[in-house]
Every structure is written in C-alpha cells, then in structure tokens.
Design a protein around this ligand. Sequence first.
Ligand code: RUB
Length: 411
Amino acid sequence: MNYSYLHLGEKVDPDAYVVCEYRITTDLPMTKAAEELAAEQSTGTWTNISTLENDIFEKYGGRITDITGDIVTVAFPVDDFCTDVGAVPQILSIIAGNLFGLHAIDKIRLEDVWFPRSIREDFKGPKFGASGLRKILDRPEKPLVGTIVKPKIGLSPKDTAKYVYESGKGGLTNSKDDETLVDQKFCPLEDRTTAIAESLDLLKSEGHKMLHAINISTSGHRILETAEKAQSWGAKQIMVDVLTCGFAAVQVLAEDRSIKVPVHVHRTMHGAMTRDPLHGIAMLPIAKLCRMCGGDALHVGTLGIGKMEGRSDEDRDNIDACFDTSVGYKEVMPVCSGGVYPGLIDKIVAASGNNVQIQAGGGVAGHPGGVRKGALGMSQAVDATFLGIPLNEYAKTHDELRTALETWGSK
Ligand code: RUB
C-alpha cells in the first residue's frame, strides 16, 4: 500500500464524514488490519495501483481515526457517498461491504455508524412515527400492546379476522401478520385484508381503536403495487421485512405519496447478521438506517428477556436510536416481540420505558381461555405495570392475568 490510511487521534468534522465503529478480530497488528479495511472500502485494493493519485487519496480515502482495543473507528468522506442515486444500497456497500470477507480480518462487526447532516437530509424518516401511531390509536401514554396472529401460517382469512376481533375485544391496540405470511393460497392477501378491515371497523364502531399490520413483503418490482392494493382493500398499516426486502423497500413505502398508512418494520433474518458478537452487523446501525428510511415501528428485541437471542444493552441502544433527538426525524415506535407473555411485561417495561409496543403471539393464542382471554391477560399486565401495581397483586382481581401467570409464570 502506497498510502497510509492511519490518522490516529484526528478529530474529524462530523458533518464531513460517515463515521463507523468496527470490532475487529485478527492475528495481524490492528493497524495493518484497519488499513486493509479502509483501503478496500475507499480508494485502495490489495496492491499498489498506478491510478491512485494523491488528490484522489486525500479526497476520498477512509481515515482511521482511532484504535482502542478491538474497536477501530473509520471516517469515510461524505463525497464517497451518492445518496440521491445510491441511497442505502451504496451506503452499505461502503460501510458494510467487502470488509466482511477480507483474509486479513478473521472477524469483524459493524457496531455503530453516524451520518453527517447532508446524508441525513437526503432521507425523510418516519411519516407517522411513535407519536403518529399513538394519535391514531388514541393512546397517549400507556405502552401499546399487540399480538402476532398465530399459528404463523395456516389460518383462513375469516379465522384471521376473527382472531384480530377477539384480540381487540381483549383490549389489544395492535395486531400483525407473521413475517412468514404474505399471500399464500390458504390466506390470500386481498381476502385477509378485507376481512381484517371489517373486524377493525366493527371494533371501532364498538369504541375500540386498533391497528393491524398487513405483511406486504414481496419482490422489489411489486412491493409498491402490493402495498397500494392492500391499502385499497382497507389496510390501515402495512408491514415489511426490511432485511429480506431491503432498506429500499422501506424507503419507497414510506416516501411514495400513494402510501398513506404507517409502516411496521420486521427484521426477520437479522440473527444472521447480529447474533455473533464478533462478526456481522449489530442491530444498532440497522435501526438507524430503518429510521432514516421511514419505518414507523421497528422490532428492537426484548431486552434479553424473551425467546430470541439478544443482549439487553444492545436492545436498549436500539431503543435509544428510535428516540435520538439529534438526527432530525420523527421518533420510531420500538417493538418488543418474541417469546413474550404477560408475566414478562413488568420486566420489559422496566427496561424499555412506556414508549414501546409490546407484542405476544403464543402469549395470547396460548392462553387456556382462548384469544380474547389471552389478549385480556396481556392488556391487564400492561395496565398493572403502567399503574405500578405488581402483576401478582393485580392478578388477584383480574382472572385472565391470573391464569396467564399460573400457565407461564413470571420469570
Ligand atoms: C413472535 C414472532 C416474531 C418475533 C420476531 O411470536 O412471531 O416474528 O417477534 O422477533 P411469539 P424479533 O410471540 O409467539 O414468540 O422482534 O426479535 O425480530
């Protein structure tokens, strides 16, 4: 390598660089591994090249500004990015591209990223955000409480709509399709959306406001059209799987004028990137990008409490990214989901705060009394926690919560 990418100790202008923190595991000296990274992701390659002129290197080379233990900070000049055309795909190919496969680096994890104002301004962020969702639901303060229709797949449109209605009668504010349910023969999207819209309308006429996120995840060339159709069939919220569909899918759904409903962002497949503490991409950069792209609600983990692998400190960071006031976007509603049941609500809320959407699939559908009582159990657990009353205490006067605690305990 002709040029050194090392600028240790340099303080870069946060409005002139995209700054990334990587955790690196390597047998090489850390400075050497970091230089390989910065070269590959900016102006270099594996050997000296005659075409790399000094001004190109100075203008566009990544700058390694800090190495502390196994954490390496690299600042990429803002001019390396082309967000009006490339947006997230091009951002990711710089900050999280080839570097994962370099021989020089055994393992590497993108832990965090900060974007300069000029890039942030290229993105619009959420249209509704946490406060918009609360306004639609007329629920200013209490945690939102929801369900994922279970079984994950197999129910007919009519039975899905019945599940949603029963959930609403049990006090839930939200429900959603599972990430694996889209437009299968047993539950066509049009029939499901129409039937659920009827359930939600009926609930509304009976005095209860509720949202259901219809999963419109599909191939890139059909996603907008599918969302438009779902909307025309009565969907009041749509859901998209960000990692299988891509960030561009979230962005088009949030930014296209034809879509007038909030976007619920699921993160199925994230474990392939986030689970290894030494390799991959932490959820935090994913959460920041989802917010930039306009997700209104985002799965952030259950703070180390539910069925999915996750670290409470990392999940807490994800929540903070949903609310960070410095980035200039509306706040995102963080969604805690995965192996949740009523006995966990007090612990989750203690860690998340009240500005959260908590969801249970099995923790509703698995209630011995059925879906309505399962929903009541969840709602009562949220009410008790909001009021500061211990769950066991509240359960003395609330049968559905009592049965839930007897069934699953409280951890
Ligand atoms: C949960 C479920 C979701 C998980 C995903 O069902 O279907 O897909 O929430 O988890 P159940 P994450 O409540 O029955 O476990 O939010 O961590 O991505």
